[in-house]
Design a protein around this ligand. Structure first.
Ligand code: DP6
Length: 327
């Protein structure tokens, strides 16, 4: 009745910001991401008939504020698995938590993978990829979590039935590298969940963001399928800045960048002007993620490391999807 799983965070190149259905945690738009092999979450799920509620222990501390989201995800899992037992979920991240590094994505992907293994549920209802049941359960935990069930370049799409998710290219099929410039180790003040709802309610650009999103997503799919790095970079930076323009025009304003984030953006643009194949993306936090071709990783890492205010660089290749840990 217990099992452990490992999942990597992911970073969206075509982003999700805003929900279609809050109760179901259904994103308003699809997204396209890369799975970050250099960062990991390990989660153990232990079902226990004596428990009266689910318990989450993250990095050694119990998380009462996470109770609602944990219970919603575990309830969906119990409905799928036909179980009524509560569980203790123990999770450890090897990177800053709640700081715009997608810890909820890797956390909930590892959670559903471990929970399914603990109950002996067939995670792969068809073929070798996680089945749609598990994808929807992960989505209840976090809209970006289904993407961490898969490795490489990943597409999450939304239709009338819910969430679909699949791998577009495997890490070996289209090798890409990512350097994360860590600019703070602290938690952000406003979570993505609260921020995106505030944007929906108040940003004058929100409707346009939703309206223009399908074109970006379809173009992103074409770039990934063609392994067209320059076109993907142009598109991803545009989509990132579009999302941040929605954030900045939210009331009160969501300004997730710090001066160091901006300095890193300029650095990436100047590297590119010098012919280095690299582009940036930024989520709901001040960390900058630089995506590059593998041969450029050492140059990109060194350049970002030299930007004043950058604390450290976490760099690596694309990772695989969530998997059960052997013990
Ligand atoms: C800016 O998936 O963290 O990283 O569904 O409420 O858990 P919830 O939100 P979350 O939001 C991700 C926002 C983003 C963009 C992205 O990853 O697509």
């Amino acid at each position: 009745m217990h099992a452990s799983a490992i999942a990597h965070p992911n970073v969206a190149l075509i982003k999700y910001w805003g929900k279609r259905d809050i109760a179901e945690n259904l994103p308003a738009v699809g997204s396209l991401s890369v799975t970050l092999g250099a960062l990991s979450t390990e989660t153990t799920v232990e079902f226990d008939p004596a428990l009266k509620r689910d318990v989450l222990v993250l990095n050694g501390h119990e998380q009462p504020l996470e109770q609602g989201r944990l219970t919603a995800c575990m309830d969906a899992f119990r409905a799928l698995a036909g179980s009524d037992e509560y569980a203790t979920v123990t999770s450890v991240n090897d990177f800053p938590t709640g700081a715009g590094l997608a810890s909820s994505a890797s956390g909930y992907a590892a959670l559903v993978t471990a929970a399914a293994a603990a109950l002996g549920l067939d995670q792969h209802e068809s073929g070798s990829s996680p089945g749609s049941g598990l994808i929807d359960v992960a989505r209840i935990g976090s809209g970006s979590a289904p993407r961490s069930l898969f490795g490489g370049v990943v597409l999450l799409s939304i239709d009338e039935h819910g969430t679909n998710c699949r791998q577009l290219t495997a890490p070996a099929e289209w090798p890409l590298s990512v350097a994360v410039a860590v600019t703070t180790e602290s938690k952000k003040n406003i979570t993505s969940r609260d921020g995106m709802e505030q944007s929906r309610l108040t940003s004058p650009f929100y409707e346009e963001w939703i309206h223009s999103h399908a074109d970006d997503l379809n173009a992103g799919i074409r770039c990934a399928e063609a392994h067209d790095f320059p076109a993907l970079g142009k598109l991803a930076e545009h989509n990132c800045l579009k999302m941040h323009s929605v954030m900045m025009t939210t009331q009160p304003a969501l300004l997730y960048w710090s001066p160091v984030t901006l300095a890193c953006m300029y650095k990436v643009m100047s590297l590119r002007a010098d012919g280095i194949p690299v582009f940036f993306t930024i989520d709901a936090g001040p960390q900058l993620k630089a995506v590059c071709l593998p041969d450029a990783l050492a140059t990109v890492t060194a350049a970002l490391h030299d930007v004043p205010g950058v604390l450290r660089i976490i760099a690596g290749e694309l990772g695989e999807g969530a998997s059960v840990a052997d013990r």
